[in-house]
Design a protein around this ligand. Structure first.
Ligand code: GTP
Ligand code: MG
Length: 215
């Protein structure tokens, strides 16, 4: 799978401090294989796009639409047969990419699940949706899948931190596998909005995903 090439897609919102390290780790991990890094930036105000343009293979900037839409946008630009999506803030360690891709021989979609989910709302969401989609971290956007599956993903719910992706996969009869990894401790406060807002957004994502699954 790795031999045929990998497109790594990430989205950024004010990731100026992290983007260079992320890209250099990805390149190091994939140094023996054809690969590209695609960065979709939502008009960050901290100069992320300037760094992204220098270090990525493809860097695009667009209006603010959230991570979920950004990932879908980036996937559509991918040129290799396998796609990996990853957060840019170094919470998803690129060292796990080969392991993740290895599992795409067996599953249509492979999710890298964190062994510990820090927020109570993440635990509730993953317990509930996990029963449907069969993975323990349903909000993980660290995933691998074949490019040909993208055409099936007509995301409708807006921001669901990746949960809608898995719900659609399940409804379309795609197989979903997972690897588990220890994520670094989460920063004390979410970068975007406060803790309360982050929890509400997660619960809202759960409700939208359940509705989409039901109808
Ligand atoms: N393009 C784009 N990327 C975003 C947006 N919001 C978040 N991201 C990126 O999506 C990834 C995950 O976002 P985070 O803010 O770290 O979300 P999180 O990991 O659930 O929350 P934290 O606890 O704050 O780390 C990071 O790479 C962000 O830069 C957005 O509106 N647009
Ligand atoms: Mg994060």
């Amino acid at each position: 799978m790795l031999e045929n090439g990998v497109s790594v897609v990430t989205t950024t919102w004010n990731e100026q401090e992290n983007i260079e390290q992320l890209v250099s780790t990805i390149r190091h991990v994939l140094q023996h294989f054809p690969h590209e890094v695609i960065i979709v930036d939502d008009n960050s105000q901290d100069g992320t796009i300037q760094i992204a343009t220098r270090v990525a293979d493809v860097a695009v900037t667009k209006k603010r639409e959230g991570q979920t839409k950004g990932l879908l946008y980036g996937m559509q630009l991918a040129k290799y047969p396998v796609i990996v999506t990853i957060d840019a803030d170094l919470e998803n360690n690129p060292e796990h990419i080969p392991d993740l891709i290895g599992q795409t021989a067996k599953f249509d979609i492979v999710v890298a699940s964190r062994t510990k989910l820090p927020r109570i709302t993440e635990k509730i969401t993953s317990k509930t949706l996990g029963k449907i989609v069969g993975v323990t971290d349903t909000l993980s956007n660290f995933k691998a899948f074949r490019k040909e599956t993208i055409s099936k993903f007509n995301l409708r719910a807006g921001e669901t931190f990746g949960a809608e992706f898995l719900v659609i996969a399940k409804k379309k009869g795609l197989t979903i596998g997972e690897i588990k990894y220890d994520a670094p401790p989460r920063r004390k406060n979410p970068r975007i909005g406060g803790t309360m807002k982050a929890n509400l957004r997660i619960l809202w994502a759960l409700i939208k995903s359940l509705v989409l699954y039901a109808f």
